[in-house]
Design a protein around this ligand. Sequence first.
Ligand code: FES
Length: 160
Amino acid sequence: MVNGEGRAFDGDLRTTLLDFLREHLDLTGTKKGCDQGQCGACTVLVNGTRINSCLSLAVMHVGDEVTTIEGIGTAADLHPLQQCFLEHDGFQCGYCTPGQICSALGALDELRRGVPSHVTAELETSVSPTPAEMRERMSGNICRCGAYSNIQDAITQFVG
Ligand code: FES
């Protein structure tokens, strides 16, 4: 399932989830940056958990619910977090933005579920994380333009 629609996969078994989304389904909102799991531009949600889609094969996700940026909001109906990014100029070139938004939503869900941080291995249980906590959780998402402070402001407003 991709963004609530059943999708068939009959391609090369070596096809990454990222390439399947972009090249087979034409869901180009998910970006390819490094293609090596280092930049976070390809972040999508799988059953609510954020992953780097460049590191995962499409065939591994039969039966999973994959959500891309196209499934989060549209130009006519922005997700509230996307609206916060707009209000705070949480981007410059915008290339990393879909991954940033998917990652932030996934990180907030991790906090809600009590999933420990990969960086500190400390169990954070707050559903209202501090900017520092979110910076740590978002550390896998690189912004080459360096719009980090605006991204942080957007997420802080969204978290409320
Ligand atoms: Fe997947 Fe960079 S393209 S982490």
